[in-house]
Design a binder for this molecule. Structure first.
Ligand SMILES: *[C@@H]1O[C@H](CO)[C@@H](O)[C@H](O)[C@H]1NC(C)=O
Ligand SMILES: *[C@@H]1O[C@H](CO)[C@@H](O)[C@H](O)[C@H]1NC(C)=O
Ligand SMILES: *[C@@H]1O[C@H](CO)[C@@H](O)[C@H](O)[C@H]1NC(C)=O
Ligand SMILES: *[C@@H]1O[C@H](CO)[C@@H](O)[C@H](O)[C@H]1NC(C)=O
Length: 243
């Protein structure tokens, strides 16, 4: 009979309340597009009770999906231990997008921005002086995220971890120069081919226009030779004269 009481006391001592909320990706209607290095979450509006957490800061924890157990809720935002720049090789998670609880009010004005784009800050990605940088995700993941409420640096509440989030592999930021070269040359080939076809079509259209009044019926090489030699206005006459 003492056990439930003991567990209750332990939970109270731990002091971290689990909020019944799971972070979710924003749908396409909210602009929730996945890229190779960003994803869009719904803001945790209404999740943290304003009466209890009015003084709290809400932070987003981004973890590799397989290592959420390694995250320590006592993690301090801005510490090197949980810095974006060390993720994912030297830390399993980082804290970012910290903001006062009142920035996540219950839905109010329609038209308000109600999403968070994770990975949108490229400028601080390599700046170790900005450990809470909301930098581009370093790969396709998968990742899992949760919100953590800190009251004067003390963790007071957290949400459930999200489902695993996997980013697009195709648009992943390049990791090796080989990949870049490969992709660029592929793109170049496509562009060059399209331009060649366009040029051929334009040339054919030009010749067709110039020769619409019949006299031209020579071969293609004669036309091109004529264009090189004479003013284009007289291409048809000259070609006809040659025949
Ligand atoms: C979490 O971090 C706190 C403060 O740094 C430390 O006292 C505690 O032992 C850590 N907990 C675990 C499970 O590592
Ligand atoms: C991880 O730490 C090692 C050794 O300190 C360093 O060489 C490496 O660049 C670090 N990786 C990241 C992603 O910070
Ligand atoms: C992270 O570790 C992997 C595997 O050890 C390695 O291939 C990669 O280059 C490392 N990345 C950084 C930024 O250190
Ligand atoms: C947050 O801290 C303040 C002042 O330290 C305290 O009065 C308040 O009860 C704390 N809130 C929570 C949710 O712990």
């Amino acid at each position: 009979t003492m056990l439930p009481l003991l567990l209750l006391l332990l939970a109270a001592a731990h002091g971290l309340e689990r909020i019944d909320y799971m972070p979710t990706l924003a749908g396409p209607d909210l602009g929730g597009r996945l890229t190779g290095s960003t994803f869009v979450l719904e803001q945790p509006r209404c999740a943290f009770d304003a009466d209890i957490y009015s003084e709290a800061e809400i932070w987003l924890v981004v973890s590799t999906a397989e290592a959420t157990d390694l995250f320590n809720d006592s993690a301090q935002p801005g510490s090197q231990e949980w810095a974006f720049q060390r993720f994912p090789n030297n830390t399993s998670a980082y804290l970012t997008l910290g903001t006062a609880q009142y920035h996540y009010p219950c839905p109010g004005d329609p038209g308000e921005i109600t999403v968070l784009r994770v990975g949108s800050e490229t400028a601080c990605a390599n700046d170790v002086a900005r450990p809470t940088c909301n930098g581009p995700l370093p790969g396709p993941g998968p990742y899992r995220v949760k919100f953590l409420a800190l009251n004067n640096s003390t963790p007071v509440a957290d949400t459930y971890w999200s489902d695993p989030i996997t980013l697009n592999k195709a648009q992943q930021p390049p990791r090796s120069s080989g990949m870049v070269d490969g992709r660029h040359s592929g793109g170049m080939i496509v562009i060059t081919t399209l331009l060649s076809i366009l040029l051929a079509v334009l040339l054919a259209a030009l010749l067709a226009t110039l020769c619409s009044s019949d006299p031209c019926n020579g071969s293609f090489s004669q036309h091109t030779a004529s264009i090189q030699r004479y003013n284009t206005h007289h291409v048809c006459e000259q070609t006809a004269a040659q025949l």
